[in-house]
Design a protein around this ligand. Sequence first.
Ligand code: AHR
Length: 668
Amino acid sequence: MTKPSFVCILALIAVAVSAAETKITVATDQPGKPISPNLVGVFFEDLNYAADGGLYGELVQNRSFEYSPTEQPQWGPLSFWDLVKLGGGDGSLRVQSARPIHADNPHYAILTVHNPGEGVGIRNGGFDGIPLRAGEDYEASFWAYQAFMNDMWGSNNKIEGRPMPVTLRLETKQGELLAEARLQVAGRQWQRLQAKLAPNRTVNDARLVLLAHAKGAFALDMVSLFPAKTFRNRANGLRADLAQAIADLKPKFMRFPGGCLVHGPGPHRYYDWKDSIGPVEQRRSQRNSWGYHQTLGLGYFEYFQFCEDIGAAPLPVVSAGVCCQHAGDSPNMGQEGLLLAEMPAYIQDILDLVEWANGSVTSKWGSKRAAAGHPEPFGLKYLGVGNEDAITPIFRERFKMIHEVLQAKHPEITVIGTVGPFASGEDYDNGWAFARELKLPMVDEHYYVSPRWFWDNLRRYDRYDRAGSKVYVGEYAAHDRNRRNTLRSALAEAAGLTCFERNGDVVSLASYAPLLARRHHTQWHPDLIYFNGTEVFLSANYYVQQLFGQNSGDICLDTRLSAEAVPPTLAASAVRDSMSGDLIVKVVNGASTPVSLDIQLPALPVAAGLEVIKTVLTGPELDAVNDDARPPVVKPEIARLTLKSTSGLEVPASSLLVLRFKQAFTSR
Ligand code: AHR
């Protein structure tokens, strides 16, 4: 007989070690500690075309002719528009600003038809083509007024009684007709024309065409196309599949609109929520900090309404009166504040936001919310002030002014401060010291770190002061090699979430970042949900967020592991959901060998049989990534079973196991 080699002996020891049972004792015989019932939420930032070309349902790109070279050097008001001349037609297209629909929407197009032929007009291919589904309705609309008929100069140019006939059509890239409507542009005043279009075929890269059929000229703005079926069928609504993917996370809150977007690239370039409400044709669209255009069609009303639709508490973030420290092309040196004389007006804008969200319909700003279709208050409870700002005297002075007024006038609002961009360091330390000084109710921590970091920091919040400011982990993600959405990164985040849950008396809120990314228009990797015009791709990390979102609780039960490896590769947490009486145990196995578990549940009638929903999230290897072109390799598998014993439960290699014991406490 040959002797076993040294390698074989090591392998045998490894098998023996992994085969040994790890005992987890969940203190089901104790009352447990109350934790935040709102722990897992989402953070929506208009980054990676998350809003326009993403969640916002608008299918036309540059609908209001406001694109500009400050966004992309090659862009201008006519970007993404083509002049179309059919069947001998001739005409021209130019940009004007003399007579806009509204001062905050300054540019519009003038289409002049010299010879109508079979039609002269404009064409838009949306965001990488307009996706259309046969049998569904689309709401096309545009604003227009007649400039003149026939020739520009001369006595036959009057418009009275001679409207401009136009057709609105959807067509393929090859020009084949999919749907058409006939309309007339009449009169010198701006007016909105609309038509329903029902394409006869499903096409992923269609175009919207507006053709004029008489000699003359008219002004055009806000050329728009929406699917009739938006999320919850809202007007000016959201793309249904993307909104549903977010809703399926069961987020308890939504932070918006940023991120860096909020404090902006200059002291006066912050995201002004007032620009984002009211009729869409009156909103001030602008460059967004991520180098493209934001229409603000998805604005505060739409954010708040979406929150309400999905049962998430709204968490808007406003600038702290300072711009980003990286502004003005000056990394770390760019922070500038509003002048102190400007601060009262700025603070009033913040107070107006609270009134807009929560005020009565008779209040100035509450009446605007009501006019938009929501007389009931939105129930704003949280307000973020600042984002990753350097904690300088400029920042401190302005933050303090805002906080003092909010505290005095709106003690019901939880003000969330900021402690810089990292998990430690100068801004973190100074931010926390400042939070203690002001006795802030909550601060926002951010960290984009390696998967290993999450495992090494499982005890991070165990040490936090229970009587101090609460923590909102507003942005976090595990950045693996090449910033890919690997199973390794997802499990590290799951381990982090067990830590947040165990410390849910200190960590009140947590949201992965960033949320959405349009393929080929992405400025930041990794993200939670990827998409193109027609498909939504869910990352491994998405499923982790979903499992924690769907399996949240309000009481945390102590969990003890019999043996903790160093470095740790096993993390666990247990919560009780008082509403359902369910016990939920989550175990993350970061090692590439399975673990056999013995879960002790004192005082629970295990031997009588417990109904369990068992969910396992795993994949073929730690490097596994869900690929757009194939079915996801990392996705949850769900089984229902009755357990009469909780020993010998396998946690597969590289997995997240969620055991939901149905009505475990009510059946006692
Ligand atoms: O989530 C992406 C960016 O990361 C956010 O805008 C910013 O707050 C952070 O630096």
